[in-house]
Ligand binder design. Structure first.
Ligand SMILES: Cc1ncc(COP(=O)(O)O)c(C=O)c1O
Length: 394
C-alpha cells in the first residue's frame, strides 16, 4: 500500500507528546490542567433557548455559505469593531471554527507556482500548527520565521532574503499571538501589508484571540489594509466564537476578505465543506450581535492577567501577555521544567518547543512554557502559585 509522503515528516502532535513526557510519572499534587487552550468561562445563558427555537433546522441541509442572517450579523460586527464595510454575501464566509478555515483557505488560494517556482508559505515560529499542515497539503514550502523576545514576539518577515520573499504566496500571522500573547500594532500591520504589496502575497490574519485583551482592542489586518488602500484581496481575516464567546464546542467562526478570495473559498466549500448546522448558525448569529457577554468574559480575563502579573511580575524575562489567555514563561529548558512541575506539584503545562520547529538546529521557544489561564480563577491562582514556587522560588 502506498501512502503520501507529504505529511510523513510531521512531528508528533503536541498533546500526545506531552502525555508521553508526563504520564509515566505520578502528579506531585492535585492536578491543575494549564495545557490546552480550551476556554472554560461560561457561555451565554441564551444558547440553549436559541438552539431549541431553531431545532427544526436539524431537518434541513444548511446553506453552505451561511444563512443571510449570519452573514449580515458578521458583516455588522466587522463594521462596528473595525470600521470596515464588507459585503455580507460576497466578503464573508461562516466557518466551522477558524482551524478548518485556516487550512482550507490555503487549499483554495495558494497557487501551484509563483514565478515558475515552488511557492513559499510564511509562518511564525512557534505557531498554531495548522498553518504548516496547510502549506504541506498544497505542496508549498513552509518557512518558519522565529517569533521570539528578540523580534518582539512577532516574526520579522521583512528580514528574509529577497529570493524567499519573491516566492511567498501566503503569510500567516496570529495576532494576538498564540503562544506569545503579543499584539501586532497598527504600524506593524502597515509594514507587513506594505511588504505583501511589494512582493504580491496574501496575508492570512488569524485573529481568533482578538476580543481577549486588557484595555485597548487590538487593531485588525482588514482595518489597516483598508486604511492603506491596499489591494482588496491582500488580507483574509479569521475570527472565532471559541474564545470570544466561550463556545469552542459550537465550532463556529468566519473568514472575511476580498470578494475573489471568498468566492474561491466558497467554491471549494461547495464541493468539500461541511456547513454549520442551522441551529448553530442561529446561535452564531446571536453571538456576533451581542457584546455584553464578551465584556463579561474580558473582565474575567482581566482579573487573570492581574493575578499572573502579581505572581510573576518580578521574574526576570516575564513579559505580561498583551492579550489572549496564555502565559509564555521563560525557563532554562521547557521540557525539563514541565516535567519537574508535574512531578513536584501536579500542575500540567506545555513545553514551548512542542509548538515550534527546529530551524538550523535552533527551536524557538524551547526555553519557554505555555500556560493556559483557562481554569476558574481560584484553580488558576493555585496552579500559578505552585508553578512560581516550584520553578522560580518564593
Ligand atoms: C492561534 C489559534 N488559531 C486558531 C485556533 C482554532 O480555533 P477554533 O477552530 O476553535 O476557532 C486556535 C485554537 O486554539 C488557536 O489557538
Amino acid at each position: 500500500m502506498a501512502f503520501p509522503e507529504r505529511f510523513s515528516n510531521l512531528p508528533e502532535y503536541a498533546f500526545p507528546r506531552l502525555r508521553k513526557l508526563l504520564d509515566a510519572y505520578a502528579p506531585g499534587g492535585p492536578v491543575v490542567h494549564m495545557t490546552i487552550g480550551e476556554p472554560r468561562h461560561p457561555f451565554p445563558a441564551w444558547v440553549g433557548d436559541v438552539i431549541a427555537d431553531s431545532l427544526e433546522g436539524i431537518g434541513r441541509y444548511p446553506a453552505n455559505d451561511g444563512t443571510p442572517e449570519l452573514q449580515t450579523a458578521i458583516a455588522a460586527w466587522i463594521a462596528r469593531r473595525y470600521g470596515v464595510n464588507v459585503s455580507a454575501d460576497r466578503q464573508v464566509l461562516p466557518l466551522n471554527g477558524t482551524r478548518e478555515g485556516l487550512f482550507n483557505a490555503c487549499l483554495a488560494l495558494c497557487p501551484e507556482t509563483k514565478g515558475g517556482k515552488v511557492p513559499v508559505v510564511l509562518m511564525p515560529n512557534p505557531f498554531y500548527q495548522v498553518y504548516a499542515v496547510a502549506a504541506l497539503a498544497v505542496g508549498a514550502e513552509p518557512v518558519y520565521v522565529a517569533a521570539t523576545a528578540a523580534t518582539g514576539d512577532l516574526p520579522d518577515y521583512a528580514s528574509l532574503p529577497p529570493e524567499i520573499l519573491e516566492r511567498v504566496s501566503i503569510a500567516y500571522l496570529c495576532s494576538p499571538a498564540n503562544p506569545q500573547g503579543a499584539v501586532a500594532d497598527a504600524g506593524w500591520w502597515r509594514d507587513l501589508i506594505a511588504l505583501a504589496e511589494r512582493y504580491d502575497f496574501q496575508i492570512f490574519a488569524d485573529e481568533c484571540y482578538s476580543e481577549l485583551y486588557r484595555d485597548t482592542p487590538p487593531p485588525g489586518a482588514l482595518e489597516i489594509a483598508a486604511q492603506m488602500g491596499a489591494h482588496p484581496e491582500r488580507v483574509v481575516i479569521f475570527h472565532s466564537l471559541s474564545k470570544r464567546s466561550n463556545m469552542p464546542g459550537l465550532r463556529s467562526g468566519f473568514a472575511a476578505g476580498g470578494p475573489e478570495s471568498i468566492a474561491r473559498m466558497k467554491q471549494l466549500r461547495n464541493y468539500a465543506g461541511a456547513p454549520l448546522p442551522l441551529p448553530l448558525q442561529a446561535v452564531a448569529t446571536r453571538a456576533w450581535s451581542d457584546e455584553a457577554h464578551v465584556e463579561e468574559n474580558r473582565a474575567l480575563y482581566r482579573a487573570k492577567y492581574a493575578i499572573a502579573d502579581n505572581i510573576f511580575g518580578d521574574v526576570p524575562g516575564y513579559t505580561p501577555p498583551q492579550a489572549g489567555f496564555f502565559l509564555w514563561l521563560p525557563v532554562a529548558d521547557g521540557e525539563a521544567a514541565a516535567l519537574k512541575l508535574w512531578r513536584e506539584t501536579g500542575v500540567r503545562v506545555l513545553p514551548g518547543a512542542y509548538l515550534a520547529r527546529a530551524v538550523d538546529g535552533v527551536t524557538p521557544g524551547a526555553d519557554r512554557l505555555r500556560v493556559a489561564m483557562v481554569a476558574p480563577e481560584d484553580e488558576m491562582r493555585d496552579g500559578l502559585t505552585r508553578l512560581r514556587s516550584c520553578l522560580y522560588g518564593e
